[in-house]
Design a protein. Structure first.
Lengths: 548, 314
């Protein structure tokens, strides 16, 4: 007779094995490694919660300490490979295969281990793409997650940094998987239930809070005048003419400059209420002055940011908060919001080629994508109109039939022609291609494809690729804002002049901006301390950002 | 010139003097600090006295080698001024940079009656011209002491991006008096140097709150390393300079003896304290942990209550 309950039976057997170490659902931290050996089987797909901010670090250490004779060859399916221990798992042979989205600080080591054959790579995903695969062909057998607190029934409070947890638990718990949570404390009653207890099988109390990285804090003191100039160009040359109200910002200094220019420069241009009012965005401290000046109506967050908790709690008109008053973030929903409900993505990158493809991969670093490709791509499934989207569509296809013409999401790449350490932003060929050849990948890790990019902003001006009619024009528009880089010096002066006359390239003076006006005194806050003042003392920056 | 025109000029200067010292360039600091239009620069950028070393390393030069020296007036009285540009190679001392300051101090020594203001903004010696830079530090320290012996007051103003580190910290220690803002940091070895040599357990250079409470302006004021604490505006630095010029006593062997005993006393009282907060607590400051967050005016009031630094020493 056919059995249709094998998955459930296997799950029950795992839970039974683990239950021998537990009191109810609670397992002592000292038994965490034995719990792993009881529950995890060789070859399992395991989601070890490594988001881009919070880390299930205790469970990670417990998994790393297993006897590889009992637990080995795991297939890790996790969004963030962030801690050194995440890669130590592969060095020890506990894990073998990897599907992930973001590797930030481990980008150099992950590249080395791929070259050394220590890791069998599935694919580098975007967040939303990896989450989608959790429900189709990468469903975890075991999820190791992190929460702020749990009660004895396993109800979890994930707090402001909810991030990926609901998605991971949904995919695991409802498809015969086992969910193990590490929590900072076990309490009688959780402040709010983010994850219902019947989806959680084991709870381990950690001796110290899970690690959270302050990833979205940009010190205004480090913003340069050329970044301010690019910010002014973006506000006056893109935000204003398209009337962009719904948007996502990247995490670089150029967009931090924009956030700090809204209440000063943006105010002078009379743009308050007309642009930048609805965000899919982490709670960037640099946005505090704009929020306090009445620019921002609503922000939905992927995660939280260290030090912002009290400020968010006091500004629930702007942020999404739970019954307990603290932020509720959700990466999957926010990525979806960024993909479908925003009219613009603006962010920086490390390399842009002459087709407009961009990548943060270099030959020795594979940083992954995170969410940028979801934010920075035209959503082909979008059906609701909005003025910025329709206007971009008109510019791209002026002859098309009005009622059948798709709009376009504004996808803006912003940066200086020479980036950190004077490395040119523009290249003839992305390093990502060389990497793909050396690793025999079927697909080069491109963060944002050229055909999705609509504008490129540098201190030289704005290239509007929507107004370019063929590949040659696009290439010259890009060269035209590439300044004194080799790519820029390879321009065809006549074509660049023609493109400028058509508005496909606009210099600062073409939109009434004097580069000499780009001065730090224009920033609404010039230091972290200024941000604290703006917040009325509610923002509590972590120690490493304080110069007092 | 009509009276109304004079008035307008004055008020616009006052407005400009609300500018942040930290954010201003060396030239802006000099221009706003001294009486309007009074500054005459020596060996200015038009002379193009650039570093003879940087081009060997294919590094950009600056026509003033990162320091402005000159003569101006402060509230009507003549002063020599030197201002380091922290945005050029971290304000570091190179051969030409150092020689300009040495020359200024020697001129002050020879004239004997015109004080010197040094607007420090430096990470120390420029590594690319190490020997010349180290020699420059030694020459400047000697020149400071010679000038002071000749009766010249030498005042350091510290509140720039690069702080006052390395040889800059040594020169500052030779000055008649120092004024510092919260952003200003004074030390010899920088945070990264300490961490590299002694380990992250000894000093975590990425913990900026630790860096500031160990080397920052507030701690230097409470420890007696700086005579005056000021808010981060040009006006506040100007007032501090005027205050110090009017209160500095004559310099001699007795000053140095008093300074020696001040430092011995400090070492004895606080030598065992592992953190600045412990020092402030030992000084009898209630709620010492709140010091870093105090606004400037409240901190100045508190610091004045805790102790006036000894004007006999230095």
């Amino acid at each position: 007779m056919t059995t249709w309950q094998r998955g459930r039976e296997a799950r029950d057997a795992r839970i039974q094995a683990g239950a021998r170490l537990a009191k109810g659902k609670v397992v002592d931290a000292r038994d965490a490694t034995r719990l792993m050996e009881a529950v995890v089987r060789p070859g399992d797909r395991v989601c070890l919660e490594g988001d881009n901010q919070k880390q299930a670090d205790l469970l990670c250490a417990a998994l790393l300490a297993v006897d590889p004779a009992k637990v080995r060859d795991l297939h890790m399916v996790q969004s963030g490979v962030v801690l050194p221990e995440h890669l130590d798992l592969f060095d020890r042979g506990v894990a073998k295969k990897l599907d992930y989205a973001y590797s930030g600080p481990q980008s150099a080591r992950i590249a080395k281990m791929l070259f050394g054959g220590k890791i069998e790579l599935g694919a580098v995903h975007t967040y939303l793409e990896l989450f989608a695969r959790y429900f189709i062909d990468l469903t975890p057998n075991v999820a190791l997650i992190a929460a702020v607190s749990a009660d004895r029934d396993g109800n979890l409070y994930t707090g402001p940094n909810t991030e990926d947890t609901p998605t991971v638990v949904e995919a695991t718990a409802f498809k015969n998987g086992v969910v193990i949570a590490q929590v900072n404390e076990i309490v009688d009653k959780v402040p709010r239930v983010d994850i219902p207890g019947d989806r959680v099988h084991f709870v381990v109390e950690a001796d110290k809070p899970f690690f959270v990285e302050p990833l979205f804090t940009r010190d205004p003191a480090a913003i340069t005048e050329s970044q301010i100039l690019t910010g002014m160009l973006a506000i006056k040359g893109i935000y204003a003419p398209y009337g962009v109200r719904r948007l996502n910002h990247g995490i670089g200094f150029n967009t931090a400059a924009i956030e700090l220019l809204l209440p000063t420069y943006g105010e002078k241009l009379g743009l308050r209420g007309k642009v930048a009012s609805h965000f899919a965005l982490n709670p960037h401290p640099a946005l505090i002055p704009a929020i306090e000046s009445g620019w921002v109506e609503q922000i939905h967050c992927f995660g939280s940011e260290v030090g912002m908790d009290e400020y968010i709690r006091a500004r629930s008109d702007v942020f999404f908060t739970g019954s307990d008053g603290s932020l509720r973030s959700n990466r999957a929903f926010c990525q979806t919001a960024g993909l479908y409900a925003c009219d613009m993505f603006i962010g920086s990158t490390l390399q842009i080629d002459i087709q407009g493809n961009s990548s943060t991969v270099t030959t020795s670093r594979i940083a992954g994508f995170g969410g940028a490709p979801n934010m920075g791509s035209d959503a082909r499934g979008r059906r609701h109109p909005s003025e910025p989207w329709l206007q971009a569509g008109r510019e791209a296809d002026p002859e098309g039939s009005t009622l059948l013409r798709r709009g376009r999401k504004l996808v803006v790449q912003i940066g200086e022609t020479f980036g950190e350490k004077n490395v040119p932003l523009f290249v003839e060929r992305l390093d990502a291609l060389e990497l793909a050849e050396r690793l025999n990948l079927e697909l080069a890790p491109v963060m944002i494809y050229g055909d999705d990019v609509t504008h490129i902003v540098t201190e030289e001006g704005i290239a509007n690729l929507l107004l370019c009619r063929d590949a040659r024009e696009r290439e010259q528009a890009i060269r035209g804002v590439a300044g004194y880089t080799d790519v820029g010096r390879g321009r065809d002066a006549k074509m660049v002049q023609d493109l400028r006359e058509r508005g496909a390239i606009r210099r600062p003076e073409d939109i009434g901006i004097n580069p000499l006006d780009a001065d730090r005194s224009m920033l609404a806050a010039r230091s972290i301390k200024d941000l604290v003042h703006w917040s009325g003392g509610l923002y509590a920056p972590p120690s490493r950002f304080r110069n007092w | 010139m009509s009276a109304s025109h004079t008035q307008r000029t004055t008020s616009s200067v006052e407005l400009d003097r609300t500018a942040s010292w930290y954010e201003s360039s060396a030239r802006t600091r000099v221009r706003l600090l001294l009486d309007p239009g009074s500054v005459v620069e020596f060996i200015g950028p038009e002379k193009r006295e650039v570093s003879p070393h940087l081009k060997l390393f294919d590094l950009p030069e600056q026509f003033d080698d990162g320091i402005v020296v000159g003569l101006g007036r402060l509230d009507g009285s003549p002063v020599f001024v030197a201002a380091q540009e922290g945005n050029f190679m971290g304000g570091a001392f190179g051969e030409v940079h150092g020689a300009k300051l040495t020359g200024l101090l020697r001129a002050a020594r020879d004239i004997g009656s015109v004080p010197v203001l040094i607007l420090f903004d430096t990470g120390g010696v420029r590594l690319q011209e190490a020997n010349a830079g180290e020699l420059a530090i030694a020459e400047i320290m000697r020149a400071v002491i010679e000038a002071r012996t000749a009766g010249v007051k030498v005042i350091g103003l510290i509140g720039g991006r690069a702080g006052c580190y390395g040889g800059g910290g040594l020169i500052a220690g030779c000055c008649s008096a120092l004024a510092v803002s919260e952003q200003g940091r004074i030390s010899v070895s920088g945070p990264e140097v300490i961490e590299t040599n002694r380990g992250v357990e000894e000093f975590d250079s990425r913990d900026r709150a630790l860096v500031w409470r160990t080397m920052g302006g507030k701690h230097r004021r409470l420890l007696g390393g700086a005579e005056v604490f000021v808010d981060d505006t040009v006006q506040d630095f100007r007032e501090a300079a005027l205050e110090l010029l009017s209160s500095i006593r004559a310099f001699g062997i007795d000053t140095l003896k008093a300074e020696q005993s001040r430092l011995e006393d400090r070492l004895q009282r606080f030598g065992a304290c592992p953190d600045a907060v412990d020092i402030w607590t030992a000084e009898g400051i209630p709620d010492a942990v709140s010091i870093p967050a105090l606004p400037a005016d409240q901190f100045i009031a508190l610091a004045d209550k805790v102790r006036r630094s000894s004007r006999d020493a230095r």
